[in-house]
Ligand binder design. Structure first.
Ligand SMILES: [Fe+2]
Length: 158
C-alpha cells in the first residue's frame, strides 16, 4: 500500500514534505493491527459483529502506540487514526465527515482500499485493477470524487 500511496502522491504533484508524510502514514497506518489476534485478522470470509468491533480498534491503537514515538508528527498520527473515515461520516473511529478529513487522509484512504483489493492475502483472492477501481468509483459520497478520478491513472496504468 505504501507504493500505491506514494505513486498517487507523486501523480498529484504533492510537495516533498507532504509526500514524506504520506509515506510515513502509509508505513504506519495499520500498526495497531499488531494487537489484534491473527485468528481474526486472517479469518476467511465475513467477520461477525464482535470480530468486526475488534478490528475497528486498530486506528486508535495505532494512534496511541505512536504517541510515544518522537519523530512521528501529529499529522501522521492523525492520518493513522483516521484512515477508515469516510466523507459521509460513515467511517470509524470518530465518524468524521467532509472538511474534518484532511487531504493526506483522503489520499491514504483511497490508496488503502485499492491496495487491499488488489494485493494477495492468503484468505482472499486478488482482484484485477480495473475491478478494484470500479469499486472505488462506486463508493459515492464516501471518497472525494475528484481524487478518485485523479487516482485512475495510478490504478490502471501499472
Ligand atoms: Fe486500517
Amino acid at each position: 500500500m505504501t507504493g500505491v500511496a506514494v505513486d498517487f502522491g507523486l501523480s498529484l504533484g504533492v510537495g516533498r514534505a507532504d509526500l514524506e508524510r504520506l509515506y510515513s502514514a502509509a508505513m504506519f497506518h495499520d500498526i495497531g493491527k499488531a494487537r489484534i489476534p491473527l485468528a481474526i485478522l486472517d479469518k476467511p470470509g465475513r467477520l461477525d459483529p464482535e470480530e468486526r468491533a475488534v478490528v475497528e480498534t486498530h486506528p486508535v491503537s495505532g494512534y496511541d502506540f505512536l504517541k510515544d514515538h518522537h519523530g512521528i508528527s501529529p499529522e501522521i498520527r492523525d492520518a493513522v487514526r483516521h484512515h477508515h473515515e469516510y466523507l459521509d461520516g460513515s467511517g470509524y473511529p470518530d465518524a468524521l465527515a467532509g472538511g474534518s478529513i484532511n487531504d493526506i487522509v483522503r489520499v491514504l484512504t483511497i490508496s488503502d482500499i485499492f491496495a487491499a483489493l488488489i494485493e494477495y492475502r492468503h484468505y482472499k483472492p486478488t482482484m484485477p485493477r480495473t475491478q478494484a477501481y470500479e469499486i472505488l468509483c462506486g463508493m459515492t459520497g464516501k471518497l472525494e470524487k475528484a481524487l478518485v478520478s485523479s487516482f485512475k491513472a495510478v490504478a490502471l496504468t501499472r
